[in-house]
Design a protein around this ligand. Sequence first.
Ligand code: ZN
Ligand code: ZN
Length: 338
Amino acid sequence: MLGAHLAAGPGLVKAADRAAAVGAMGLQIFTGNPTGWARRAELPKELPAFRARMKEHGFGPLAVHAAYLANLAGPNPVFREKTVELLRHELRVAPEYGASFVNVHIGSHMGTGIEAGVARVAEAVERILDGVPVTDDSALLVLENSAGGGNGIGENLDELIDIHEAMAARGVDLSRVAYCLDSAHLWGAGIAMNGDVEVDRLVEQFDKKIGLEKLVMIHYNDSKAAHGSKLDRHQHIGGGEVGTRGLAALIRHPRLAHVNYYLETPGMEAGWDKLNVERSLQLAGGALKLKPLPAEEPTVPKGNPTAAKPSSRTKGRATKRAVAKRSAQKRSGANRRD
Ligand SMILES: [Zn+2]
Ligand SMILES: [Zn+2]
């Protein structure tokens, strides 16, 4: 499943249609201002239509990305309360959107040390989950790795494992928690992921210490920042420092077939979304060489570039096999214009 993070501001149904039009098979959204705490008191009126449209498109799981201000690891009591409240809110409303995941950056220990930060993450997750009743359609709380800058926690597997164990020790219901790895963050954090061998090692380690079933999301981004720079700078697929070998290894790994991939690459609504979906599918289909990125913005019209209505072409195609097949078609030129 390859989805894209698109702006929901112009409308949720519009975002779903755009995702389909650019060839994505799923969607990640913000439910409100990503750089603000406030969340709307009333849910959008178009939610039933949005859920229906997601189904019509045959999309994979919807992910809600929590606001960037959330910090599970920080010491400031005021911001901790706001973080707990924000994430409770996102988890409570997630089923209304039809979302399976509420994804959050783990946050920063703000100079207080990793150990203290890890303990605070576990405590915050426990409080968040205690404040949200479990239902049939509850979303998972999905913790995302950090690039490591600004005292970010979770920059390597050891820190993710520490957090996982600290939650287990507190008796947190781990069936409600999962993980997201962002490839640009892995790169910024200095984790080896240049090719099959390196990605394989990462996958095996994750499986041994946390369990691969707990890896439910990958944020599929190239990185503008250098390896080990601790910087979080997303770049177009195959246009950055990670390169196609590492990115291909990540999207093709046979043990990651259950994982949902979401692009968070730049310039989505400006037309780069279509290009990055195509490039990702090419890598998924076995290509290692991609065309150079255009110097200018791709000439895809803004808004909904092609047919907005769900088509039989997109129905029920949200599988990795479909990704590979469509990509193969594209390479053979059979489907060049879709
Ligand atoms: Zn991310
Ligand atoms: Zn990032």
